[in-house]
Design a protein around this ligand. Sequence first.
Ligand SMILES: C[S@@+](CC[C@H](N)C(=O)[O-])C[C@H]1O[C@@H](n2cnc3c(N)ncnc32)[C@H](O)[C@@H]1O
Length: 270
Amino acid sequence: MGIEQYYKSEHAMLYKGDNLELLKLLPEQHIDLIYCDILYGTGKKFKDYQDLKPKKEIIEEFYEPRLNEMYRVLKDTGSIYLQMDYRISHWVRCIMDNIFTYENFRNKIVWKYGLGNARTETNYLDKHDEILYYSKTKNFTWNLQRGEVTPQMKAKYCHWDEDEQNYYMMNNNKKYYLKGGKKLENVWDDIPNMSSTSKERVGYDTQKPKLLLERIIKSSSNDGDIVADFFMGSGTTGAVAVELGRKFIGCDISEKACLIAKDRINKNVI
Ligand SMILES: C[S@@+](CC[C@H](N)C(=O)[O-])C[C@H]1O[C@@H](n2cnc3c(N)ncnc32)[C@H](O)[C@@H]1O
């Protein structure tokens, strides 16, 4: 089907076409962070695109060549986050272990999205996505993220140090300073999926909330780094990456996705 450059600016390059074709054209060691909200295993036909059938051979045939290429284009200090559902994550994980190695499997994040999927009567309701997180090597970019400072923490760290301009608590005659909220855990239940009336909605199926991307981009990239999303959809990754001072490479096979993503990155729609 070919690949075409759809949009180019100082901060972003968007491509329309099959991501495998784009990936083959990109140089190796080029990208700092890859996030992809890939095709899930629901087999479902959405308005804007179709998910894959949950069959091992289908998943392997589709993802293996793409993930091999993603490994090649990632810098040695880079990381990759792949978001999917429980129907295919075990197969994708085996492919990733083969390519990135088990030693570079950093974590599996569970995003408990809260809203949506409430129609099932014959099974437990689907309420989470899985995000597989791998680095390319042991020497990867990592910025520890912390949550909000809770009222309980404020009560504990109740002394003010004028010199350090920070709160502290005393234990055994030693000062312990407040470093911020709790370190982020691998279950994220504080980022709700967007409601149908959310202001963030841009009219694209399975659009993800910006907060989710903000957390990933801040944790695993720095100012000026190149962030890529090869299953870009409405361009949530690109919009957040550019807002955070990163550069963005995005690709989607759908014209509608490219158009919406371009507008968002251009700040017409946030
Ligand atoms: C789950 S959606 C991404 C949604 C996105 N995270 C957002 O916030 O809007 C997956 C996207 O992958 C795209 N896609 C599917 N196969 C593709 C391929 N071979 N190359 C490029 N894009 C593809 C679909 O068109 C769809 O927009």
